[in-house]
Design a protein around this ligand. Structure first.
Ligand SMILES: Cc1ncc(COP(=O)(O)O)c(C=O)c1O
Length: 397
């Protein structure tokens, strides 16, 4: 080994000797680039990099290698021409609307979106001069009639929370195209392992990477993908509004996404078995799972989904809130108000995601105090079924 040239002060930059050794072989895994800034060799180079005339890195908020690698993975999974990573799923939705809309525009907002998304697309955008109409995305005729000459975007979720209704992406894309509006699909519950909305006609797809696509319950990230024609302002808005992702989270998400298909295969199979088991239990009043033949959107799901019917299962326990609390108290399945972790968890929409709605508003959506939403993980199927049976039995004893 060559003797290292001594430096007077330590700087966290490799010496020439170490750099030479680093250049000899290439690591078979993308290193974690924890650098807020890259060193430029000249003013000309800095100028070219910042103008976008030279491809390379300067400042982490604008772009960094770990985000770019994860974006490439998402781009391939969605068969997109472009993808970008943001600090959260909400940042990805904000990026989509801020890059595509302006004051005076009108948007169509599904009446079954994640609560924070509804808040963003209604009250927050209203403050910025973008108006909206709430739509029932399962009634295409009513969606068509809600379009105005100012409509520029329609926002829906592939599989809606918590009753797991499945949207007709092809049908909605046709309506959006006729109105010269963009269809933005939140594909968080499906992930690209189950559904690729861009291939069905959507213009933009986003996901909360904090959920199953990463799948290990340890990151907070978002992803937006689409084609070149909608990308003019995306990178600039991402940098200017400060939606940038952290390198460590992107590094973890790259590791997570590499097993997405395998994990979804296992979770979907267990979810199907869990839905069938629950459907046969007397203490369960209702089971919602697109893989069940009696689910209202089963045929649509068969047509649009690639493998299985996803990892989310919702059921209604007889006995309401008290029975639900008893089920949670068994700790057979942890009550974690999120989804997409390695192991199976449950959530209770009435006290978490839908607590901002009145009881009658929740009832209109089909959510009661006994509604429980499961996020099935990759734990062995028999273990999940055993825990579920025990928990439901003790909840109604
Ligand atoms: C369907 C859906 N979309 C978007 C989001 C927002 O994602 P994040 O929590 O990563 O900001 C969530 C979060 O729960 C979600 O469930």
């Amino acid at each position: 080994m060559a003797e290292r040239k001594k430096r007077e002060t330590f700087s966290n930059v490799p010496s020439a000797d170490l750099q030479q050794r680093l250049n000899t072989t290439v690591p078979h895994n993308m290193p974690l680039y924890l650098a807020s800034v890259w060193q430029c060799e000249s003013t000309t180079q800095a100028d070219q990099l910042l103008a976008g005339d030279l491809d390379g890195y300067v400042y982490q908020r604008d772009c960094h290698p770990n985000a770019d690698l994860f974006a490439e993975a998402c781009q391939d999974l969605h068969q997109a021409e472009r993808a970008v990573i943001t600090s959260s799923g909400m940042a990805a939705i904000s990026l989509a609307v801020l890059s595509q809309l302006q004051a005076g525009d009108h948007i169509l907002v599904s009446n079954q979106l994640y609560g924070r998304t509804t808040l963003l697309l209604t009250s927050e955008l209203q403050r910025l001069g973008v108006t909206h109409s709430l739509i029932d995305p399962y009634d295409l005729e009513s969606v068509r009639s809600a379009v105005t000459t100012e409509t520029k975007m329609m926002v829906v979720e592939t599989i809606a929370n918590p009753l797991l209704r499945v949207i007709d992406i092809r049908g909605l894309a046709k309506i959006a195209r006729a109105a010269d509006a963009l269809l933005l699909v939140d594909n968080t519950f499906a992930t690209p392992a189950i559904c690729k909305p861009l291939t069905l006609g959507a213009d933009l797809v986003m996901e909360s990477v904090s959920k199953f696509i990463n799948g290990h319950g340890d990151v907070m990230l978002g992803m937006l993908a689409g084609n070149k024609e909608h990308w003019n302002r995306v990178e600039m808005v991402n940098a200017a509004w400060g939606f940038a992702s952290s390198p460590l989270e992107c590094w973890l998400a790259c590791r997570g996404v590499s097993t997405l298909t395998l994990r979804m295969h296992q979770a979907s199979a267990t979810a199907q078995a869990a839905a069938e088991l629950l459907a046969g239990l007397e203490a369960v009043e209702l089971v919602e799972y697109p893989g069940l033949e009696n689910h209202i959107d089963h045929e649509l799901a068969r047509d649009q989904f690639i493998q299985g019917f996803g990892h989310m299962v919702t059921f209604r326990l007889a006995g309401g809130r008290e029975a639900t609390d008893r089920l949670i108290a068994t700790e057979e399945i942890p009550f974690c108000p999120s989804l997409g972790d390695v192991s199976t968890t449950l959530s209770h929409p009435a006290s978490t995601s839908h607590r901002g709605l009145s009881e009658s508003q929740r009832a209109a959506l089909g959510i009661t105090d006994g509604t429980i939403r499961l996020s099935i993980g990759v734990d062995p199927t028999e273990e999940v079924l055993g825990s579920l049976s025990k928990a439901v039995k003790r909840a109604v004893e």
